[in-house]
Design a protein around this ligand. Structure first.
Ligand SMILES: NC(=O)c1ccc[n+]([C@@H]2O[C@H](COP(=O)([O-])OP(=O)(O)OC[C@H]3O[C@@H](n4cnc5c(N)ncnc54)[C@H](OP(=O)(O)O)[C@@H]3O)[C@@H](O)[C@H]2O)c1
Length: 260
């Protein structure tokens, strides 16, 4: 897809990947709709976006609430008449040992990553399937959907759920003008993650790679390639060897994070 002249909705626009994508797209698209819960951060970003001659609407919404997600989509359509590209960048989950985890926390991470996707997807699709022009839904998922990472059960499970949901949606929607893309980053050094990470890449690099994948309308794009190759190799190993290796990798990295 060409970005010029497009109306683009970005959820999770108040920080990190969503914000970086908005800043990059502000110079290329016609209009941006910025969505998150922290209104004051969206307001600051809206001022920055409009300074680059891009039309902008920021909408404060909690996507854990289906009615707020639906109202947000309606507001965006009412303002701009259509959405050409929707990028969903809500989610996350810090490493957490299952020994310390509460059921509430694990389910909360599932909701943050999976329920927000569903709450957005349903009202969005209702509009996009009737839209006269083609559209793209791009979801930021994770390499955690590919391999089981110790201290990441809560996060991996949520990302696997999102992956299966979208893979199935892609098949069901193949005859409609709605394309579904999944972007699977490895570790990205965002504003919330300053510590050195396994094969981590900068936010700027991640944004460039994701926009290139969206432009090519790649159904599924995983990056960076060295980490994708490592995870793909690990998946080929016998289960016991794989478990030992993943545990060792996780132990090596564990001192670098704080758990929430
Ligand atoms: N950073 C990485 O290394 C990395 C790697 C792989 C995958 N990913 C994935 O990329 C996505 C974005 O990650 P990130 O690092 O940019 O995370 P982040 O900095 O925590 O950003 C998450 C964004 O989502 C918004 N948000 C959270 N809950 C929300 C809700 N209920 N309703 C509406 N907005 C909500 C937050 O804004 P408010 O708090 O203002 O609502 C924020 O703008 C996630 O799905 C994550 O799993 C990230």
């Amino acid at each position: 897809m060409e970005f010029a002249g497009k109306v683009v909705l970005i959820t999770g626009a108040s920080s990190s990947l969503g914000k970086g994508l908005a800043q990059a797209l502000a110079h290329q698209v016609d209009a941006l709709i910025l969505v998150a819960r922290r209104g004051e951060l969206l307001q600051t970003l809206e001022e920055e976006v409009t300074a680059s001659a891009c039309r902008c609407l920021s909408i404060q919404a909690d996507l854990l609430q289906p009615e707020q997600a639906e109202a947000m989509v309606q507001k965006a359509i009412a303002q701009f008449g259509r959405i050409d590209l929707a990028i969903h960048s809500v989610g996350g989950g810090r490493p957490l040992s299952l020994i310390d985890a509460s059921a509430q926390h694990i389910v909360g991470v599932m909701n943050n990553n999976y329920a927000t996707l569903v709450n957005l997807f349903v009202p969005l699709l209702a509009h996009l399937r009737q839209q006269a022009t083609p559209s793209v839904i791009a979801h930021i998922n994770s390499l955690a959907a590919i391999v089981e990472i110790p201290r990441g059960a809560h996060y991996s499970a949520a990302k696997v759920a999102a992956q299966r949901f979208l893979d199935t949606a892609r098949i069901e929607l193949r005859t409609t003008p709605v394309k579904v893309l999944t972007l699977n980053p490895g570790f990205v050094q965002t504003e919330n993650k300053k510590e050195k990470m396994l094969m981590g890449i900068t936010l700027e690099k991640a944004v460039t790679l994701m926009l290139a994948a969206i432009a090519r309308e790649k159904a599924s794009y995983s990056f960076p390639w060295p980490l994708v190759s490592l995870f793909s190799l690990i998946r080929l190993l016998p289960r016991r060897v794989r478990g030992r290796l993943l545990a060792a990798l996780s132990d090596r990295e564990s001192g670098k994070y704080t758990e929430d």
